[in-house]
Design a protein around this ligand. Structure first.
Ligand SMILES: *[C@@H]1O[C@H](CO)[C@@H](O)[C@H](O)[C@H]1NC(C)=O
Ligand SMILES: *[C@@H]1O[C@H](CO)[C@@H](O)[C@H](O)[C@H]1NC(C)=O
Ligand SMILES: *[C@@H]1O[C@H](CO)[C@@H](O)[C@H](O)[C@H]1NC(C)=O
Ligand SMILES: *[C@@H]1O[C@H](CO)[C@@H](O)[C@H](O)[C@H]1NC(C)=O
Ligand SMILES: *[C@@H]1O[C@H](CO)[C@@H](O)[C@H](O)[C@H]1NC(C)=O
Ligand SMILES: *[C@@H]1O[C@H](CO)[C@@H](O)[C@H](O)[C@H]1NC(C)=O
Ligand SMILES: *[C@@H]1O[C@H](CO)[C@@H](O)[C@H](O)[C@H]1NC(C)=O
Ligand SMILES: *[C@@H]1O[C@H](CO)[C@@H](O)[C@H](O)[C@H]1NC(C)=O
Ligand SMILES: CC(=O)N[C@H]1CO[C@H](CO)[C@@H](O)[C@@H]1O
Length: 721
């Protein structure tokens, strides 16, 4: 569902960001009445949304203060599904670092689109962000009173060390009425602040952006200050390291008057919160002034930049870096608003390329904010959270297009244009073709000189090594003589650097070739092929670097036995000519050699079906099944596993089973759960089925999967058969 709203923007000169977006929203709202869920699970003429009724789990905002006050959200069928399952890693759970930070405010076409489907949707081209390593704080924004971030965003942001905020907004005449209620007494202000904190803590996100775009009577300001300070304090006490950020809007004298800087009119709110998001129409010297006003809290000033470029310094869009440069020079923080511009305005040539090119602008002006790996186990399969197929250990288990950014793996720090002279290699995360695990792979394709090695940045970490060696495992699929190794950079406490190549292939020539480039070249100690898909080669290497820190991981592309091509034409050396190179990196796992994933046996799990509902379907005697699967370890431990893959098998009635002999049952893949619950909706069960068996395949932090036959499961007999 797309329409051209740019001309609309131009002709109406909307005054505020909010008005612009709310006009947009009402368009989407109107359109959504025509076609409720374009590109998403089929609507079947949906009845009005009743949060108490079981249905495909969704994320949704709160629209009234009554909902907030009554705490009715906690009774919703959808509430347990909305809990983020990934916590911030310990190194990112404290206060933000004391340096300029990058806050990114999502605001994608009104929000709650493909991302509202908690168990994923079927749009392989759904919006996603994957440059998490450049971001410190992510705000999920919509124009509803209480915007709760869909858990998929919180999960992937947390995985990468990024904090996530929801939005509390009051705007327009309606907002004014709400504000009157909110601020009617000190008690009321405190009560709503506590409800907001409770929601954030229960859903697992890290605080709020407070956007009071209304003008108030000056008498209301003291209760507003009470609201902001109480929210900040209650957030901090429930979620240490959490943030409440004030948006530069209503001033201390009650006027709705954006200051575009930190000054005496908005500083009282800054003083009682964790920072201010400054309106994006500032001038060149405002960041500097704001820094002076903020004193030792200058990094808590986030200068707004509108990527759509509406009166924003530097023009946003493809010159967003101009504003970033000024902000960086003045040593304050930046708040990028609506980077979804790249997606919404369909920048050429395609979303993947345009998005990478746009974030490259950011990286040019700004430092890397997140370093990973920092802890073990570390695992990435380069999944971007959308795609056309899903694989497990090289075997394709689904060929249905899908999206759910919850399943994003650690995203590589790919540079937009590789610096290469000896040929031309394109490195992309490809989501269209078979992968090793998940739905993406990292493809290195193009031409490469025989004597040349091409290096592409994968990760920049801070992994402190102890006495036990590191175990590197990675899968590669490659053509001809294309080889792919990993180069590692280690730094000691006294800043001594060591470079190590984990080489591929088994030839000693490789050693000879690389010895002068690296301090150490390590051959894999085990090379195996994937059981079901032998074109994937799995290399295992181990390395001991006690006392060092692993800081860089690059992929190194090279050719096998360059000497073969060297001497053509009677002893004369001819110039090397670039030839084709093609390799795919399927996954990378780093673990300590002493750690190994053991799964609890299936008998230690309790699996249950809840809200089971059978209905008849249109075709001959088959039925439809809805059921909420829930599972937990009998010992009550939770959060040991990052995700679960859900499958179903349909057991035929005895007579058919006998006729068909011992045909293996087909395991149909249903989806992925990140919480210990999965809602199966409208599963078709053909006649002649006696029972269905749901299998919950457990996946560990290091990316290992429990064997299907050893996974917990639940049998359901067919009702009435
Ligand atoms: C601040 O932002 C609003 C939109 O949110 C805009 O209309 C206004 O022009 C900006 N600047 C000033 C100085 O008000
Ligand atoms: C995301 O959810 C959808 C729908 O449940 C599912 O089809 C898809 O496979 C899930 N993602 C992955 C990586 O499996
Ligand atoms: C508030 O806004 C009104 C109307 O724009 C203006 O007359 C008044 O001076 C403003 N008050 C302050 C304290 O700036
Ligand atoms: C930025 O501020 C920090 C802390 O006040 C200071 O140490 C640093 O030198 C400043 N950097 C620049 C470029 O001014
Ligand atoms: C790989 O690169 C070559 C050009 O060097 C191109 O012809 C080919 O289509 C590319 N293959 C893929 C899968 O991108
Ligand atoms: C290294 O990790 C792989 C899987 O990630 C595992 O199969 C292997 O046993 C480990 N090797 C050692 C020596 O720990
Ligand atoms: C769902 O499960 C809960 C606890 O597991 C139980 O209390 C409740 O009765 C069940 N509801 C239905 C409709 O089966
Ligand atoms: C039994 O086998 C027949 C033919 O191979 C197939 O069409 C049918 O679907 C099978 N029935 C079941 C329940 O698997
Ligand atoms: C395993 C594998 O081959 N994966 C795919 C990765 O993406 C590239 C896209 O160019 C495909 O060609 C590969 O087939």
């Amino acid at each position: 569902m797309r329409f051209n709203y740019r001309s609309y923007f131009k002709s109406h000169h909307p005054q505020t960001l909010a008005s612009l977006k709310s006009i947009l929203n009402s368009f989407f709202f109107l359109l959504s009445k025509v076609n409720p869920m374009d590109g998403n699970p089929p609507p079947d003429d949906p009845p009005p949304f009743d949060p108490l009724e079981p249905s495909n789990p969704v994320s949704y905002p709160l629209k009234t203060l009554e909902e907030l006050e009554s705490r009715s959200y906690f009774n919703s069928f959808h509430f347990p599904f909305n809990k983020a399952s990934v916590k911030l890693p310990p190194y990112a759970a404290n206060e933000l670092p004391k340096r300029p930070r990058l806050l990114v405010c999502h605001d994608m076409a009104g929000g709650y689109l493909d991302d509202k489907w908690i168990q994923g949707g079927n749009n392989p081209d759904a919006y996603a962000i994957w440059h998490w390593y450049l971001i410190d704080v992510f705000v999920y924004f919509s124009h509803s009173l209480v915007t709760l971030p869909p858990p998929c965003w919180t999960n992937t942001a947390h995985k990468h060390g990024v904090k996530v905020l929801g939005t509390f907004i009051m705007e327009w005449d309606e907002g004014k009425l709400l504000a009157n209620k909110l601020l009617s007494s000190q008690k009321s202000a405190q009560m709503y602040a506590e409800q907001l904190s409770e929601l954030a803590a229960a859903l697992g996100f890290d605080g709020w952006l407070v956007n009071m775009e209304v003008s108030l009577d000056v008498e209301q300001i003291s209760n507003l200050k009470e609201f902001v300070s109480h929210l900040t304090q209650s957030m901090h006490s429930l979620v240490p390291g959490s943030l409440v950020i004030w948006y530069d809007s209503v001033t201390i004298d009650g006027n709705l008057s954006w200051q575009d800087q930190l000054n005496a009119k908005n500083k009282p709110f800054f003083d009682i919160s964790d920072g201010i998001f400054v309106n994006y129409t500032w001038r060149e010297n405002y960041p500097k002034h704001s820094a002076e006003v903020a004193g030792d809290r200058k990094f808590d000033v986030y200068m707004g930049i509108d990527v759509f470029g509406r009166n924003t310094y530097g023009g946003g869009q493809w010159t967003t870096n101009l504003a970033l440069d000024v902000i960086k020079m003045d040593n304050v923080s930046a708040a990028i608003f609506a980077p979804g511009w790249v997606y919404e305005t369909k920048q050429l040539p395609d979303f993947q390329t345009a998005q990478n090119r746009w974030w490259e602008l950011v990286e040019r002006s700004w430092d890397i904010s997140q370093n990973y790996p920092q802890t073990l186990p570390f695992y990435s399969n380069f999944d971007q959270g959308h795609g056309y197929q899903v694989s497990v250990d090289g075997k394709q288990i689904s060929q249905t297009p899908w999206n759910n950014i919850s399943s994003q793996s650690f995203q590589p720090f790919l540079e937009f244009s590789g610096k290469s002279t000896g040929g031309h290699l394109k490195v992309v995360v490809d989501i269209k073709e078979p992968s090793y695990n998940g739905g993406g792979n990292l493809t290195f394709n193009g031409t490469l000189d025989d004597d040349f090695q091409f290096s592409a940045r994968l990760f920049e970490g801070k992994l402190q090594l102890a006495d036990s060696p590191l175990n590197f495992t990675y899968s590669v699929k490659s053509n001809g003589n294309s080889l792919l190794g990993l180069s590692l950079e280690f730094t000691s406490a006294i800043r001594e650097q060591r470079s190590v190549l984990l080489a591929s292939g088994d030839s000693l020539l490789t050693m000879g070739h690389f010895v002068r480039h690296f301090d150490n070249v390590i051959m894999p100690h085990r090379v195996t092929k994937a059981e079901t898909e032998p074109s994937w080669v799995i290399q295992e290497s181990s390395i001991a670097m006690e006392g060092y820190m692993l800081t860089k991981i690059h992929a190194v592309c090279y050719k096998l036995r360059p000497e073969v091509h060297k001497k053509v034409g009677q002893g004369k050396t001819v110039p090397f000519s670039p030839s084709e190179y093609h390799a795919v990196l399927g996954h990378l796992a780093i673990n300590s050699c002493t750690l190994n994933s053991d799964f609890p046996p299936s008998t230690s799990w309790l699996v249950d079906g809840n809200f089971t509902k059978w209905s008849s379907s249109a075709s001959h005697g088959s039925k439809k099944l809805n059921v909420k699967l829930v599972w937990k370890l009998k010992d009550g431990k939770t959060h040991l596993f990052p995700k679960y893959y859900i499958y179903v098998t349909k057991q035929p009635v005895l007579s058919i089973a006998e006729t068909n002999g011992s045909l293996p049952l087909v395991q149909e893949f249903l989806g992925v759960a990140e919480v210990e619950a999965f809602y199966v909706s409208d599963l078709l069960v053909p006649s002649g089925t006696s029972s269905v068996k749901f299998i919950i395949q457990v996946c560990s932090l290091d990316g290992a999967f429990q064997k299907l036959e050893e996974s917990p499961s639940l049998d359901l007999n067919i009702q009435g058969s």
